[in-house]
Design a protein around this ligand. Structure first.
Ligand code: NAD
Length: 305
């Protein structure tokens, strides 16, 4: 594989292992994070640390960002008023944003990249920290076909399932739609288990029926919200994430934004967003989103009461 010089901005939970995997594959990775301890930790994993994101970008063929939210991506890219990475990059540099941000901000970012004479891809991921560590992430990519083909060998170093979803912003669109399915279905599965409890139905019996019938879904057969039926699900380790309620609340907030900007009706998506937003303010800040079953159970009356 051709050796690429990569600027990697944002070396947090996801960015650090992704950058380390690229370095491990023989690429030159120039990393930067605002947090000094994270820079040191990434250095220990084979990432060369730059003095700033700008310095890394000047030398790079491709700039990868893995940042908390859209405002961070737009800020590091820069604007006429506050120049950033776009004015430091070599002409035609490929900007690959892997952060989860709104479709609208993603398109805004891609427009700014193109106006500055560069190329843009949005490539949000699913698979979490485990997927980032094990290089099994799923990438949902938006942008031009030629740019996608160029980025593919790098995405294959960091992930397993890589789908080109269409033009700029459509990677984020796929992510937001997928996570809306996930958020709603995790609540549906949790409500079904609590209803079963109320009716005297055992977890095992409900699982054995639904996992082999039309109720089958990832929220049931991988992320089962009760301990027992799926030994690897977070319910078996006191709901340690996994994927926290706070991250689900963030993603459903992006879904709500998309629902509102398109003007469609999505009653369940909007309702799920409210449920996870409340959960994220309490236990859900640090526990897996499947722990929402405990909120539902608390709201239920004692069986037989
Ligand atoms: P994180 O907060 O651990 O990492 C983000 C990093 O960006 C931080 O270390 C922060 O210091 C750094 N940063 C912020 N502004 C910066 C700047 N201007 N220059 C350099 N560094 C800067 O977050 P994370 O869990 O790694 O998630 C990153 C993105 O991936 C988010 O958009 C998140 O929604 C998405 N995501 C996360 C997961 C997950 O399980 N953690 C799963 C899928 C997608």
């Amino acid at each position: 594989m051709r050796m690429t010089t990569i600027a990697f901005v944002g070396l947090g939970h996801m960015g650090a292992p992704m950058a380390a995997n690229l370095a491990g594959a023989g690429h030159r990775v120039l990393g930067f994070d605002l947090v000094a301890e994270l820079r040191d930790a990434a250095r220990d994993r084979g990432v060369e640390i730059a003095d700033s994101a700008e310095q890394a970008t000047r030398e790079a063929d491709i700039v990868i960002t893995m940042l908390p939210a859209g405002k961070h991506v737009l800020a590091v890219y820069g604007s006429a008023a506050a120049p950033g990475l776009l004015s430091e990059a070599k002409p035609g540099t490929l900007f690959l944003d892997c952060s989860t941000i709104s479709v609208e901000e993603s398109r805004q970012a891609a427009d700014a990249v193109r106006e500055a004479g560069h190329r843009a891809l949005d490539a949000p991921v699913s698979g979490g920290v485990v997927g980032a560590e094990q290089a099994t992430l799923a990438f949902m990519v938006g942008g031009e076909q030629g740019d996608f083909s160029e980025a593919l060998p790098l995405l294959e170093v960091m992930g397993k399932r890589i789908v080109h979803c269409g033009s700029s912003g459509l990677g984020q669109a796929a992510k937001v739609c997928n996570n809306m399915i996930l958020g709603i279905s995790q609540i549906a599965v949790a409500e079904a288990f609590v209803l079963g409890e109320q009716l005297g139905l055992s977890h095992e019996a409900l699982y054995d029926v639904a996992a082999n019938a039309s109720g089958q879904c990832w929220a049931l057969t991988t992320n089962c919200p009760v301990p027992g039926p799926v030994p690897t699900s977070p319910a078996n380790r006191d709901y340690q994430p996994g994927f926290s309620g706070a991250l689900m609340a963030k993603d459903l907030g992006l879904a709500r934004h998309a629902i509102e900007t398109t003007g469609m009706q999505a009653a369940l998506g909007l309702h799920a967003e409210r449920i996870y937003a409340a959960y994220a303010e309490g236990d859900g800040a640090t526990t897996d989103f499947s722990g929402i079953i405990n909120v539902i159970r608390e709201g239920a009356e004692e069986p037989g009461a």
